[in-house]
Design a protein around this ligand. Structure first.
Ligand SMILES: *Cc1c(COP(=O)(O)O)cnc(C)c1O
Length: 444
């Protein structure tokens, strides 16, 4: 990567055309869309598509024999072995601390079942207010499964009045103050709505200091920001792979369990894929788990899902993993931020009056932290006046201009340049068509 803002990798990914997505305001139908939504679903790569086709071929030509005798050298019984080292590197873990399995919310439940052990004194879960809904539902249902009331057992930290992101000092102070009643501290590494990257190491250290278990949801963290889960002494983490890791919709997920738990935590909800490999296929009647995270595997994984992930992870390896990617990500996101801030429709967050009349002209601001060390690739744009429907109207026009971000009700559009396949031109087009969308809206 000689010039950090140019990547020859764009052509390894398949970008839909304006015609594909029916972008009505873009007459150049065959042109590629501007995809700034890899935070939600990564693009397909040619490699993933080819590897999935290979698996279909293996299935057709070898059938059950493909488990051990595979035409492309990836026998289904062992295919995870190709993925776990790369996943471990992405989260900063040892290979045995990582398992490639299941789905994110399933894994979250599994990990909470093992690690959330409330007692009368220590029973709370500390999380961010407005966590991703699936996580909120998981927290509430776990708490209720222990006979507790979510309104007392779930402790949420909210941004201060008039602010959008959490302050580090508020999080650390809450852990210090409430620590003795907290069983589990569980945040997302990167917040899905605001794009804030939480100070993971400091939060983990504070939680451990207070004797709490500390887990992380890395749905928006893995493949986006560098992490060192092992060194940070994180207890467990879960993630999905279809966002920054481009593994296809609903792709296989993963989890991390720190090796310090190897002696203590045994899987409670065991399945045959967690049984040690040497005797797994002897079908012994007694469960003897693999040591470490892989002991928590339950079912034999989908070969198609693994192939799709493997294709993308090979590209990660070729570009040198998170070091170069984060560097490029910092540049792309800074470039997009600068372009957006130059828009005549942009208002700095600090200049938005408390009472912002509903009759005001439509504008936008950015609620993602401006400090690059407090964010990943994503920028969250808040549309004003809040609650006026401006966001939805702009979003629809923007999509018709062939720019795909994603909307989050009520007022946010997330735009994310992905260092693996987005370019500076994508950032320029995103900002350009956002302005055009405002113009189109105002001339209606
Ligand atoms: C994307 C995302 C999910 C989605 O959960 P699935 O189980 O993969 O459907 C859950 N939590 C967070 C924080 C997410 O960003």
């Amino acid at each position: 990567m000689s010039s950090p803002l140019y990547t020859p990798l764009s052509d390894q990914f398949i970008v839909p055309t304006n015609k594909d997505i029916e972008a009505k305001l873009r007459p150049d139908g065959d042109g590629k869309i501007t995809y700034l939504c890899g935070n939600s679903l990564g693009l397909s790569s040619k490699r993933s598509i080819a590897m999935v086709k290979e698996e279909l071929d293996a299935w057709s030509t070898r059938a059950v024999l493909g488990h051990f005798f595979h035409p492309y050298g990836r026998p289904w019984t062992e295919v995870c072995d190709e993925l776990t080292p790369t996943l471990a590197e992405l989260v900063g873990a040892k290979e045995k601390e990582v398992a490639c399995m299941g789905t994110l919310t399933n894994n979250l439940h599994l990990m909470m079942d093992s690690f959330y052990k409330p007692t009368p004194e220590r029973f709370k879960i500390l999380c961010e207010a407005r966590a991703f809904p699936s996580d909120q539902y998981a927290f509430a249902s776990q708490v209720m499964a222990h006979g507790l009331d979510p309104s007392t057992a779930i402790l949420e930290i909210s941004p201060r009045q008039g602010e959008y992101v959490l302050r580090e000092e508020d999080i650390l102070e809450t852990i210090a103050r409430e620590g003795s009643s907290i069983a589990l501290v569980l945040f997302s590494g990167v917040q899905y709505y605001t794009g804030q990257w939480f100070p993971m190491q400091k939060i983990t250290a504070k939680a451990k200091e207070q004797g709490c278990i500390c887990g992380w949801d890395l749905a928006h963290g893995i493949g986006n920001v560098p992490m060192s889960l092992h060194d940070w002494n994180v207890d467990f983490a879960v993630w999905c792979t279809y966002k920054y890791l481009n593994s296809s919709p609903g792709g296989i997920a993963g989890l991390f369990i720190h090796e310090k738990w190897n002696e203590i935590e045994r899987p409670k909800f065991a399945g045959w894929w967690g049984h040690e490999l040497a005797t797994r296929f002897d079908m012994p009647p007694t469960f003897s788990p693999v040591v470490g995270a892989q002991g928590f595997q339950q079912s034999n994984p989908s070969a198609l899902a693994l192939a799709a992930l493997l294709g993308s992870l090979q590209i990660f390896k070729e570009v040198g993993m998170m070091g170069p990617l984060r560097e490029r990500s910092l540049q792309l996101t800074a470039a997009l931020e600068k372009l957006l801030k130059n828009s005549k429709y942009f208002l700095p967050l600090s200049e938005i009056p408390k009472e912002y009349p509903q009759s005001s002209e439509p504008r936008f601001t950015i609620i993602t932290p401006s400090n690059p060390s407090m964010r990943g690739a994503q920028l969250s744009l808040l549309f004003l006046p809040v609650g006026s429907g401006t966001m939805k109207r702009i979003f629809n026009i923007l999509s018709n201009y062939g720019v795909v971000g994603d909307e989050r009700e009520p007022d946010v559009i997330r735009l994310t340049p992905i260092p693996l396949y987005n370019t500076l031109k994508d950032c320029e087009q995103g900002a350009f068509y956002l302005d055009k969308s405002f113009e189109t809206l105002l001339t209606k």
